[in-house]
Ligand binder design. Sequence first.
Ligand SMILES: *Cc1c(COP(=O)(O)O)cnc(C)c1O
Length: 371
Amino acid sequence: MAKIPLVDLKAQYESIKPEIDAAIQRVIANTSFIGGKEVSDFENAFAAFQRTQRCVGVASGTAAIYLVLKALGVGPGDEVITTPHTFIATVEPIELLGAKTVFVDIDPQTYNIDPAQIEAAITSRTRVIMPVHLYGQIAPMEAIMEIARRHGLSVVEDAAQAHGAERNGQRAGAWGAAACFSFYPGKNLGAYGDGGAVCTNDAALADKIAKLRDHGRTSKYAHDEIGYGERLDSLQAAILGAKLPHLDAWNAGRRAVAAIYDAALKDVPGVRTPHVDPAGLPIYHIYCVQVEGDRDSILKALNGRGVGAGIHYPIPCHLQGAMAHGGQGVGSFPVSERAAAAILSLPIYAEMSSSDAEAVIDALIESLNAG
Ligand SMILES: *Cc1c(COP(=O)(O)O)cnc(C)c1O
């Protein structure tokens, strides 16, 4: 059987090659490689797409989270609440700012932070709650905002996997002080390198982040605070701008593949398909199933059949060596730990044919015997 990758960036490029090539050529012809119109045009377009007032382009999703927390004044002695079932980049900015990461376990259905467990984690030092819209499904923001309001906390949305995802008709950035996006190539909106963005309805926060990303600059050689070199470059902005008009259709294409998987797998013993919150419109950055038995053997068998399945993520953040100082060992967050041991990500991308989806389904069903 032909190989089916986890995500097919080449197929996407081929579908819009003239638009991408023209965008790249335009930047090179103008030799305006940093800032300028390419970046501001993309920022305006992405703010409109997420339906926020402002967007600030930055160098990566990690930079987006870091700069938002920094701009909110998070520092030593502060605590930030988030989930351990995420990519380490959710946690790194908290740690780099000298604050303490306080983990709260996930809801076993959606893999997002469990709002019922947040309040018990709040202390007098808590400053921020940072839900992650994992796999492209928006966290239960109404409940999270209600808790944050009651305790006077800021909310920062890690929306690195949720470009265009909706909940009750709203997109990331509608709830928290800001939503942080990654344009890592494999994300639903991916650059041809690193990139990220902050979307917010808070003009003062946007201005502060725009200054911090660019060396604290107030004019060419005037700097009124120590900042960072964390800009989105013009080449990436132009590529992202060429891709953005296609994103809603690409997300719908992923939902169509997900519907094929759902229909074929929902009654297969030993496989649990994703639970979609009825308030949500997910974008399936990841299509995550749980399997019974020996997940690693099932994954190996699937890979052996040419299916580029993966695991997002095999080690919860509290069990990473980098977080050993937190002292939270095995058993601290049982729902996250159980999920990490049982999940499998199946290939998903807008250009995937229904026959490829069927081939993945057949391969998974055959591979279950290996577990
Ligand atoms: C990708 C990702 C990030 C980090 O984005 P980079 O652009 O790689 O820095 C942060 N959080 C989550 C949940 C991600 O998936």
